[in-house]
Design a binder for this molecule. Structure first.
Ligand SMILES: Nc1nc2c(c(=O)[nH]1)N[C@H]1C(S)=C(S)[C@@H](COP(=O)(O)OP(=O)(O)OC[C@H]3O[C@@H](n4cnc5c(=O)[nH]c(N)nc54)[C@H](O)[C@@H]3O)O[C@H]1N2
Ligand SMILES: Nc1nc2c(c(=O)[nH]1)N[C@H]1C(S)=C(S)[C@@H](COP(=O)(O)OP(=O)(O)OC[C@H]3O[C@@H](n4cnc5c(=O)[nH]c(N)nc54)[C@H](O)[C@@H]3O)O[C@H]1N2
Ligand code: SF4
Ligand SMILES: [Mo]
Length: 724
């Protein structure tokens, strides 16, 4: 029996895996990170007890016929993929990468990673790009997930750790405000924290254009027009200021920049907020009243608030509310972001991002370059600079000055990227597309070369969950014959490219190097070891090798290779903010609205998101028999259904300026009448979405664009249609 964690979301629920004959049995495993639990003994792990349906069925993909087990190369003559040996495949990839580099320069080769990769893989992938390929062109799908909250938290708080406190702290706040999170479906075991909070007498506010299973648990459910959360935050702060609820002492002692924000919100009276957001003035007042009277307030954002062309500004506006109330740094209060992918947090700390080196170091910082180059044993000047962000990278593929090859590790781009028809066209313009995956994803199916890799229970590695807790996913079974780990693929390519430095394939060896690379960085892992993680069931970063404050709590179970182990950092900001002056910063942000507003031709708002039983692009979960797969659907309000003459289950056509999709109607009263919702787990939704980007995070606007919906095939707009 092996203690490990789920392959999917950022909750990284603990589980045990046991082989019984050919089957791999999943059982739940309560986690016991002592640092996470409250002083009064409450069960504090991110998710203890209960897995969601995806977790229980995760072993369904193991050994399934859907798994890729041999490298495949596209035959030029027939256009078909044919099986080849690993040596042949890797020689071919390395040879073509080298030829492209010689012909067009190092930036001709690009890399696209994923937030599902372990820390070790994310680290090694960044190193492959910078050291073996010498390319600046690397980014990853976390740009579509975490980047707006990361950018806002860095600006306001000086650090980006999704939750600056253990998730279970949620239970002890007084008012919890969830802005654009449907955690009851996207991290189901976490919904228990909401129930426990309410049993304690706390209140829950959910802000979402739909009344989701999460909103059904709320004391106040607010349904704004998509893309208007920023205006709502401005309106709330206006009322808090008018009511004298701003914590003036905290603002004076611990922050800067409030005056501009105070001036900004002065004109956001409730009736103006109502006109912009569609939320009644009385409801805005009710929310402000709830916050004004509360001792502890916790604001958590997720993709509903963040995946907008104004996503960073929206998060900043809610951070301003939390700061004005004096919450960040207070126990059981503050601001946090609910990270999404299994390693959404660690994936953004170790060098997959176009502008970053391991340890959350910035690639344009000379000191950071010198440190990391030292660990890698290469001259600092050999490291490339900043590359393009994820969507800009995809948009540039095959263009005059853009990359000519793309290596994809752990993302199903053609399903999950915005404006997906355009992205598919750009992939088609490449000289070389290489995809490493477990299954023949829609993106792998387009590749010139497909490399089959191990997954989850077949390999060991660390993940950093949504709380910043580094956990260990341990290998439980041997991989199918024919597959290799991503680390082996990376090492195989690096060697063939004659790269300097060393390329270990043992995860623990890679982690040892990662610790050195992060030493002294913002996300410092140098005090974390596999043994410590096993003993403590996870360690929160920052965790420098040596504890600078030996008075900190000790843990009997802890065993480290250092004389004075740092306990890790479950809670940030109690003593100050990691900004140059130690203060948090209010940032003055203005509401400008979505990049694409409804018009006469496209009168509705389209938004997208998730359902419980499917994960992301569906590449993994659509292949698991035990999970329901009814295909995509279009959620519409009965009033809209009446207007277009549609019945529940009837095929609808959704059209936006970029594409068309067909899917059956799901007529529900829980959505705004002016808004339609489509899940993105199947091909289709992203043919519709807008690729407008946030200026600071480069996050695409997945969560709102203009659309029209009808019951008859729409002949006025060309473009392929998709059925379930
Ligand atoms: N079942 C399941 N769970 C998952 C995943 C999955 O694919 N499936 N993916 C994981 C990942 S990577 C992520 S990032 C997380 C995402 O977790 P969430 O952010 O909870 O998921 P979403 O469904 O994308 O968006 C949440 C809600 O935002 C609402 N919304 C849409 N537009 C707006 C808006 O303008 N304002 C507001 N306030 N709300 C809006 C949607 O109606 C939706 O209910 O889930 C993780 N967990
Ligand atoms: N319309 C719309 N689009 C969205 C979103 C939205 O809310 N609306 N959300 C966005 C968000 S938040 C996210 S995170 C993205 C996610 O979208 P994707 O980046 O497409 O994520 P996945 O579907 O998880 O794709 C992971 C792929 O990697 C494979 N894989 C899994 N583990 C490994 C591994 O260890 N190594 C390798 N090499 N491969 C592996 C899987 O089989 C799968 O094919 O989608 C974004 N797209
Ligand atoms: S909530 Fe997330 S981590 Fe937990 S079992 Fe479900 S998918 Fe896995
Ligand atoms: Mo995500």
């Amino acid at each position: 029996m092996t203690a490990t964690h789920c392959p999917y979301c950022s909750l990284q629920c603990g589980m045990t895996l046991q082989r019984t004959g050919p089957r791999l049995e999943v059982a739940e495993r309560p986690q016991r990170n002592v640092h996470a639990s409250g002083a009064d003994g409450a069960d504090g792990a991110a998710a203890s007890g209960g897995l969601c349906r995806k977790g229980w069925t995760a072993a369904g993909l193991r050994g399934s016929r859907e798994r890729l087990t041999t490298p495949l190369v596209r035959d030029r003559a027939s256009g078909e993929l044919r099986a080849v040996s690993w040596d042949e495949a890797l020689d071919l990839v390395a040879g073509r990468l080298r030829t492209l580099r010689e012909a067009y320069g190092a930036d001709a080769n690009a890399v696209f990673g994923g937030g599902g990769l372990t820390n070790e893989k994310a680290y090694q992938l960044g190193k492959l790009a910078r050291v073996a390929l010498g390319t600046s062109q690397i980014d990853y799908n976390g740009r579509w997930c975490m980047s707006s909250a990361a950018s806002a938290a860095n600006q306001a708080l000086g650090i980006d750790r999704g939750l600056p406190f253990p998730l279970a702290d949620v239970e002890r706040t007084d008012v919890l405000v969830l802005v654009g999170s449907n955690l009851a479906e996207t991290m189901p075991p976490a919904a228990r924290h909401l129930d426990r909070l309410r049993e304690r007498g706390g209140r829950v506010v959910v802000i979402d254009p739909r009344v989701t299973p999460t909103a059904e648990r709320a004391d106040l459910a607010i349904q704004p027009v998509p893309g208007t959360d920023l205006a709502l935050a401005l309106g709330v702060l206006h009322l808090l200021d008018a009511a004298g609820a701003v914590d003036e002492d905290y603002v004076a002692a611990r922050t800067t920049g409030f005056d501009d924000v105070r001036r900004r919100v002065a004109s956001w009276w409730p009736e103006r907020v109502e006109r912009v957001t569609g939320v009644e003035a009385g409801t805005v007042r009710a929310l402000a009243g709830m916050l004004a009277g509360a001792e502890r307030v916790m604001v958590l954002t997720a993709r509903g608030a963040e995946q907008h062309a104004q996503g960073t500004a929206t998060v900043l506006a809610w951070l301003n509310v939390a700061l004005a109330l004096g919450m960040p740094g207070k126990e059981y209060a503050g601001y946090g972001c609910l990270t999404g992918q299994g390693n959404g947090q660690g994936g953004r700390e170790h060098g997959q991002k176009a502008d970053q080196l391991p340890g959350y170091r910035m690639i344009d910082d000379p000191e950071a370059r010198a440190h990391v180059a030292g660990v890698w044993g290469v001259p600092p000047e050999s490291l490339p600079g900043k590359g393009r962000s994820a969507y800009e990278l995809l948009d540039a593929l095959g263009q005059d000055d853009g990359p000519r090859s793309l290596l994809v590790f752990a993302s199903n781009i053609v399903v999950s990227a915005p404006n997906a028809l355009h992205v598919a066209e750009r992939l088609g313009a490449l000289d070389l597309l290489v995809v490493c995956d477990l299954v023949m994803s829609e993106t792998a199916a387009l590749a010139d070369i497909v490399l089959p890799v191990t997954q989850w229970a077949e390999e060991t590695g660390t993940m950093t969950n949504l709380e910043g807790r580094v956990i260990l996913r341990q290998q439980a079974v041997t991989p199918p014959d024919g597959v290799r780990s991503d680390l082996e693929v990376i090492a195989g390519l690096a060697e063939r490219l004659g790269a300097p430095s060393t390329w270990p394939t043992d995860p623990e060896e890679v982690f040892a190097e990662l610790r050195e690379a992060t030493r002294g960085g913002r996300a410092d892992y140098s005090g974390i070891t596999y043994d410590r993680i096993r003993a403590e069931d996870g360690v929160f970063w920052p965790c420098p090798a040596i504890d600078p404050a030996p008075t900190a709590q000790t843990d009997e179970a802890a065993s480290t290779d250092e004389a004075a182990p740092h306990p890790g950092t479950p809670r940030l900001f109690a003593d100050g903010f990691p900004t140059p002056d130690g203060r948090a910063r209010f940032v003055d942000v203005a509401h400008t609205g979505p990049a694409e507003e409804p018009s006469a031709s496209y009168p509705l708002h389209l938004t997208t998101g998730r359902v419980l039983a499917q994960y992301q692009s569906g590449a993994q979960t659509r292949r698991i028999k035990e999970l329901p797969d009814d295909g995509p659907f279009v959620e519409v309000h009965p009033m809209l259904a009446d207007r277009i003459g549609a019945a529940d289950g009837e095929l609808l056509v959704v059209t936006t300026p970029r594409g068309v999709m067909r899917a059956p109607a799901r007529v529900v009263t829980s959505i705004r009448p002016d808004t339609v919702f489509v899940p993105f787990h199947w091909v289709g939704a992203n043919k519709l979405t807008n690729d407008a980007l946030d200026p600071s995070s480069r996050m695409p606007e997945f969560k709102v664009c203009a659309a029209r919906v009808s019951t008859v095939p729409d002949s006025t707009v060309p473009g392929p249609t998709v059925t379930a």
